[in-house]
Every structure is written in structure tokens, then in C-alpha cells.
Write a protein that binds this ligand. Structure first.
Ligand code: KG4
Ligand code: ZN
Length: 330
């Protein structure tokens, strides 16, 4: 076998390693979750995250290489997340990739995690039609941008406060649904009715987002009505998020006239969001590009996939952690 990229992702609380070929086929992947470590803290505890990455990273690389019967000679490159993310967590992935690169004589590329999300739609046979409007909805980010090709990018707008994923997580905590909040809210909302009136912050303000007011409004409602139905509250919150997100997507499709609408990031695992965006894309006659459900949230397959762009373009950012890396920088 030849022509595989070894992807390494340790930007937050999942240690993920994958082998991906040029077509986006995932030859092997393993993601070790740190869920149990951080659950008690109600959020990611950075120092514990880096220690946990350190413990499992090398055995995970070994396991993935063995599972796919791959040797270092089969690797075109190693791609590792260099940011954005937690500095200690990033350092573990980056130093591991650097050591493997030197030991194996395989080039290593520092990859932008956000580019990983964008390229996640190409995994397992997906294809992005350019020009594209992309919406990145994750725990760390909420932004909308226009992409003429994988490298020419124009930011249309981003959030002024919380990301949409973060507000899902916070509302889940208020409702006692635990971590990770997104999937729990998503599930509860499916059996609820969106009967509660919640605000749609900045719905009509071009491309900027704001979610903290929505979250506070949910908190106030729960305070006043502690016996509120969890399902109805979840459904009402999700409906408000969907209204805002689809309004921005709709505006971008009208103004940018792209060939596709690309929705990526952890919240792209939401069934409601997939359905709502399908309706918007259909109305505009553009292709809706989504990552496979299991690779919407953080994983190394998307990092390996994005690495192919770097290899082909000859862009090799240094293996230094960049906790605040933005989409403009490779
Ligand atoms: O992309 P991701 O794995 O990590 C970041 O790069 O931030 O996104 C994680 C976020 C979390 O806030 C999580 O609650 C949310 O994605 N999420 C979901 C779903 N699955 C994960 N939100 C809504 N519905 C889901 N099914
Ligand atoms: Zn992510």
C-alpha cells in the first residue's frame, strides 16, 4: 500500500489518529475520548487533557498502523493539528509528529484544525463544489465564509460571543443533561415541541452571530419555570438556533451565488441542522455538502484529509502550536 497520510488530532480532549488516502478513504482510525476525565469538571480541564493525550498518543499511532498493516514506507506525510486549540494538548500532538517525522524520514505538516473541518466533507467519497459558502459550527467556532477554492477564503461573519456548540453545551448543563451537551439536546428536542418563545439574536444583522443572549433567556425561563419540560425547552432552543443559522445561510446563498453550501463542525452532527440546511440549499438549487455523521465532530481523519491540500500546494507550516489560529492562516 502507498500514498497514505497519517493524521494526528489533539487540539482539545480527544486523542485521534487516522490513515487516509487521497480519495478520502479512511484506512484506519482510532479516537480515544477523555469524556470520563473531564465530566466531573463540567468542561475540559486543560492540564489533565494534555497528560491524557501523552499517555495514549503513541500506542494509538501503533494501533492504527497495525490495524491497516501499514509501515512508515507507506506514508506520504504526517499531518498534525497546530491550532486552534489548547496549547498543552496541541504540543503533545506536534511533538509526537515531529519525533515520528525525524525517526521515519516522513515529512510532517502543521495543519489548521478549521481547514480539517472544512475538508471533512471529502471523507468517504464526498466532494465540495467550488465556489462554496461554508458554515463552521463547532464548540470553538461559529462562522460563515465564502470559499472560491480550498485556499481563497473570505470571512463573511462570525460570533461575537458564544459559539453555537458552546450554547448547546451550556443549555444542556442547565437542563441537567450532562456532557457532551449537543447530542443530548439534539435527542431531547426530537420528542419536544418548540412552544416557548425565545429570542433569535442578530437574525437580521448580516452575517454576525450572537448566542449568549439566547442562552441567558433559556436560563431565565428555567429559573421562572423549574418544572419546564426538558423536551420542549430543548426543541424551542434548537428551533431558535436553526432560525438564526438558516437565515445567515440563506442570505449568503442569495448574495454569493455559490455552487454548494458546506456545513461542518460538531453541530453538523445535528439532524435538525442537516434537515434545515437541506431545505435552504434545495430552495437555492445548490449542493448541500456535509461530513459523514461520525466525522462531523473532532477527528484525525479530517486532519489527514486536509493535509493532502498542504502536500499538493507545497505549504508546510512549522510544527509550532498556534492556540488562536484563524482560518486565513494555513
Ligand atoms: O467540532 P467539535 O467536535 O469540536 C470543536 O472543534 O469545537 O464540536 C463540538 C461541539 C460541542 O459543542 C457539541 O455539543 C456539538 O459540537 N455537537 C452537537 C452534536 N454533536 C456534537 N451539537 C448539536 N447536535 C449534535 N448532534
Ligand atoms: Zn473541531
Amino acid at each position: 500500500m502507498s500514498g497514505l497520510i497519517l493524521g494526528i488530532e489533539t487540539s482539545c480532549d480527544d486523542t485521534s489518529v487516522a490513515l487516509v488516502d487521497r480519495s478520502g478513504h479512511v484506512a484506519a482510525i482510532k479516537t480515544v475520548s477523555q469524556f470520563e476525565i473531564h465530566e466531573a469538571f463540567g468542561g475540559v480541564y486543560p492540564e489533565l487533557a494534555s497528560r491524557a493525550h501523552l499517555e495514549v498518543i503513541l500506542p494509538t499511532v501503533q494501533e492504527v498502523m497495525t490495524a491497516a498493516s501499514v509501515t512508515p514506507d507507506d506514508l506520504t506525510a504526517i499531518g498534525v493539528t497546530r491550532g486552534p486549540g489548547l496549547i498543552g494538548s496541541l504540543l503533545v500532538g506536534l511533538s509526537t509528529a515531529e519525533a515520528l517525522s525525524m525517526g521515519w524520514g516522513v515529512p510532517a505538516y502543521g495543519v489548521n484544525h478549521l481547514r480539517g473541518h472544512i475538508r471533512s466533507v471529502e471523507l468517504e467519497g464526498g466532494k465540495t463544489e467550488f465556489p462554496a459558502v461554508i458554515m463552521l459550527v463547532s464548540g470553538g467556532h461559529t462562522l460563515i465564509a465564502e470559499l472560491k477554492d480550498p485556499w481563497s477564503y473570505r470571512l463573511l461573519g462570525s460570533t461575537r460571543d458564544d459559539s453555537v456548540g458552546e450554547s448547546y453545551d451550556k443549555v444542556a448543563r442547565m437542563l441537567g443533561l450532562g456532557m457532551p451537551g449537543g447530542p443530548a439536546i439534539d435527542r431531547a428536542a426530537q420528542t419536544g415541541t418548540p412552544v416557548l418563545r425565545l429570542p433569535r439574536p442578530m437574525k437580521n444583522d448580516a452575517y454576525e452571530f450572537s448566542f449568549s443572549g439566547l442562552k441567558s433567556s433559556v436560563a431565565r425561563h428555567i429559573e421562572k419555570h423549574p418544572d419546564v419540560s426538558i423536551e420542549d425547552m430543548s426543541a424551542s432552543f434548537v428551533a431558535a438556533c436553526m432560525d438564526v443559522l438558516t437565515a445567515k445561510a440563506d442570505r449568503a446563498l442569495t448574495e454569493c451565488k455559490p455552487r454548494s453550501l458546506v456545513i461542518v463542525g460538531g453541530v453538523a452532527a445535528s439532524r435538525q441542522l442537516r434537515e434545515a440546511m437541506g431545505e435552504v440549499a434545495g430552495r437555492h438549487g445548490v449542493e448541500l455538502c456535509l461530513p459523514p455523521m461520525k466525522w462531523a465532530t473532532d477527528n484525525a481523519a479530517m486532519i489527514a484529509m486536509a493535509t493532502w491540500d498542504y502536500v499538493e500546494r507545497g505549504v508546510q507550516p512549522e510544527l509550532m502550536p498556534k492556540p488562536n489560529l484563524s482560518l486565513e492562516t494555513p
